[in-house]
Design a protein around this ligand. Structure first.
Ligand SMILES: [Fe+2]
Ligand SMILES: [Fe+2]
Length: 282
């Protein structure tokens, strides 16, 4: 049974073309995010290979969101002006778009959902003070990577699942298992394992739909996954990407926030997301 499942997952992954370049980009970006001492020069050399990437980044840096008083023309200037941490989040957000083989309306929804969960996770982490925002952001952006790969391989049958979600009470995981005999957490876990993602991202990808953490006992990883679970529910409830009411059946105290904090975070999230989306999705 397990081997049969693994074969199905291998099959899905092998159908996604140029996986090595996908994984290389994400792998490099994750390392970049994790490196506290990364220099502006290193970021510049990493990004300068890709002209489209640079153009997009300059557009973001010049957007009203960052309130710059003069126009930024070079990558180096934009990095200096908007700051390293913001730059790192924008790099991951823009680079995750390269994971998609095609980019139509459905893919845009998947992308919007992952950006939203990434941003909301980093806002939640600012309140908890125990998790680094860049780690929460990376885990949030990549939590549904399995969906991207399933969709890259068998988009027609995968998108049909989403047409059904409003006719049924069943979860996405249940529908995936019924129709495909695998779910996006299993596919994502396979990718995270094969390309050696950091532990907290692996756990989040594997366990973000479960109620327990069979794969990990370390508190920091569990905290990150709990943050992403909450951010996921907030995004579904607000209808960013996809809409479906979600029960907030997670103990907020586990990540050190209360209901009042949650309301504040939701308001902040809505305004920040709208501004970032405008420039990331153009
Ligand atoms: Fe998911
Ligand atoms: Fe999700």
């Amino acid at each position: 049974m397990e081997t049969e499942k693994n074969e199905k997952i291998e099959n899905i992954i092998s159908k996604t073309l140029d996986i090595p370049s996908h994984s290389k980009i994400v792998f490099k970006v994750i390392n970049l995010l994790k490196n506290e001492y990364v220099s502006i020069d290193e970021i510049e050399s990493f990004m300068s290979h890709d002209k489209g990437f640079t153009a997009r980044f300059l557009r973001i840096a010049n957007s009203p969101f960052y309130g710059l008083t003069r126009k930024v023309k070079t990558l180096k200037d934009s990095l200096l002006l908007i700051g390293l941490n913001t730059a790192k989040s924008l790099i991951l957000a823009t680079s995750s778009r390269y994971l998609f083989k095609n980019f139509g309306p459905f893919e845009q929804k998947l992308y919007e959902h992952s950006l939203a969960v990434g941003l909301c996770s980093s806002l939640l982490s600012n309140y908890t003070k125990t998790i680094k925002p860049e780690e929460a952001l990376a885990s949030g952006i990549l939590h549904d990577i399995g969906k991207i790969f399933i969709n890259n391989a068998i988009s027609e049958s995968y998108q049909k699942i989403y047409e059904k979600i409003h006719e049924t009470e069943k979860s996405i995981i249940q529908l995936e298992e019924e129709i495909l005999e695998i779910n996006h957490c299993e596919v994502g876990a396979f990718i995270a394992e094969r390309w050696n993602y950091p532990e907290e991202i692996k756990i989040t990808i594997q366990d973000h739909h479960g109620q327990s953490y069979p794969h990990q006992k370390e508190n920091s990883c569990i905290n990150i996954c709990n943050i992403v679970r909450i951010a996921d529910k907030i995004s579904w409830n607000l209808g960013i990407g996809f809409k479906r009411p979600q029960k907030m059946n997670i103990n907020l105290q586990d990540i050190g926030i209360d209901n009042k904090n949650l309301e504040e975070i939701e308001d902040l999230f809505i305004s920040q997301y709208e501004m970032q989306k405008k420039f990331l999705l153009e």
